[in-house]
Design a protein around this ligand. Structure first.
Ligand SMILES: *Cc1c(COP(=O)(O)O)cnc(C)c1O
Length: 410
């Protein structure tokens, strides 16, 4: 079968809820992937940061195979011999006293929202049923009905109402707007330290510290969604570490499994996670031994192989090189660690067109918001590999008059 045969099958039998680039991948190793035609590409997306440890990391693969042969699933009706070790190791590494394991990122966000509400009623003393949670304009926290209910992106919400009440929106990066929105019923503020899907948007410096102070002052939980920014992506374990901010609740997913398996977790202060008792929350697969073994090894390799420092080092190199490209299409280059956004000028045309051209050059990345190219390679990338990719990115960004006639939409 060739590329077009796979595309035809998928179009016919699979729901059309994505518009992927027309490349059919069948193998990956480190920062490289190969398509069914044998072409090699550098992965500059890393499955939206789920592949921080690179494709098919041999140590994670070995841990996965070993656990799969022994015992993949117990359900939480019984205990297993991997979950307690993951809980201990993740808590020690992150500086939180407790964790709760789930599978997808969205489920972990839902878990954090449930914890925050129950904490509001049981600990803060908010009247039952009245809890408010503040979120940011431009947020992305997943795709459940509750989560898209507080999205500000039309397409994420359109046709999916009615939505869960109890959510309030404030502008991202505006600490006084947050403070003004807090009422005695506010239980939590949910925030991405850097908005990923929103377009690699950075808040003003010190914003996270101001948020921390405001939340502390008003007895509101600061809940950081580090699903995309955490686990080394920005050159620190958490993106919040850049401002030495310790949220009350942190949500992890994506790279927690090194790309092998859906594993997510909520990390929080005891007072928050202790609101859960037997029977009031759960997941059949959450905390299963296969997930726990994979997550343990994914965390180990991140630390053992210096991937977080490498993200800082190579990220600075990538950002520097991209900033030196003198392209008429580029409005701004911004980034931290290996999370970099190249904002195109409106007249450059849809960013997707650039992604298609980059694919033809052997660089896989994805646009976000129509105007931003997101570059987020695995954290195992070397300086030479970055230079290889930048040469190709430069070639595409220097192509003349791209957007005028070729602009496409998703
Ligand atoms: C990807 C992502 C999610 C959702 O994770 P899923 O595993 O796709 O449910 C939530 N928040 C952020 C910031 C993300 O990047």
């Amino acid at each position: 079968m060739r590329t077009q045969d796979y595309i035809d099958l998928e179009k016919r039998y699979n729901a059309h809820n994505y518009a992927p680039l027309d490349v059919v991948l069948e193998r990956g190793q480190g920062v490289w992937v190969w398509d069914v035609e044998g072409n090699r590409y550098i992965d500059f997306l890393s499955a939206y940061s789920a592949l921080n440890q690179g494709h098919a990391h041999p140590r994670i693969l070995a841990a996965m195979v070993e656990q799969a042969q022994k015992l993949p699933l117990t359900s939480r009706a019984f205990r297993n011999s991997q979950l307690p070790l993951l809980a201990k190791e993740l808590c020690e590494l992150s500086g939180y006293p407790m964790m709760l394991p789930m599978n997808s990122g969205a489920e972990a966000i839902e878990t954090a929202l449930k914890a925050a509400r129950k904490w509001g009623y049981r600990v803060k003393g908010v009247p039952e049923g009245a809890a408010e949670i503040i979120t940011c304009a431009g947020n992305f926290h997943g795709r459940t009905i509750t989560i898209v209910g507080f999205s500000t992106v039309h397409a994420y919400r359109d046709g999916f109402g009615p939505f869960t009440p109890g959510f309030v929106t404030v502008p991202f990066g505006d600490a006084s707007a947050l403070e003004a929105a807090i009422t005695p019923r506010t239980v939590a503020f949910l925030i991405e330290p850097i908005q990923g899907e929103g377009g690699i948007v950075f808040p003003p410096s010190n914003y996270l510290r101001d948020v921390r102070d405001i939340c502390t002052r008003h007895n509101v939980l600061m809940v950081a969604d580090e699903i995309q920014t955490g686990l080394g992506r920005t050159g620190q374990f958490f993106a919040c570490d850049w401002e030495q901010v310790h949220p009350d609740v942190v949500v992890l997913g994506k790279a927690l499994s090194g790309g092998f398996y859906p594993v997510s977790a909520v990390l929080a202060e005891r007072e928050v996670l202790e609101v859960f008792g037997p029977g009031d929350h759960g997941s059949t697969f959450g905390g299963n031994p296969l997930a726990a073994a994979v997550a343990r090894e994914s965390l180990s390799v991140l630390v053992d192989e210096g991937m977080i420092e490498n993200a800082r080092l190579q990220g600075a190199h990538l950002l520097g090189r991209l900033k030196r490209i003198e392209s008429d299409h580029v409005a701004e280059v911004r980034g931290r660690g290996l999370l970099v956004g190249v904002e195109l000028k409106p007249e450059a045309g849809h960013a997707r067109r650039f992604c298609e051209l980059l694919k033809d050059e052997g660089v896989l990345c994805k646009d976000t918001q129509g105007t931003v190219l997101r570059f987020a390679p695995p954290l195992v990338i070397t300086r030479d590999e970055i230079d290889w990719a930048v040469e190709r990115i430069e070639k595409v960004l220097l192509m003349p008059g791209l957007g005028d006639s070729h602009a496409t939409t998703q």
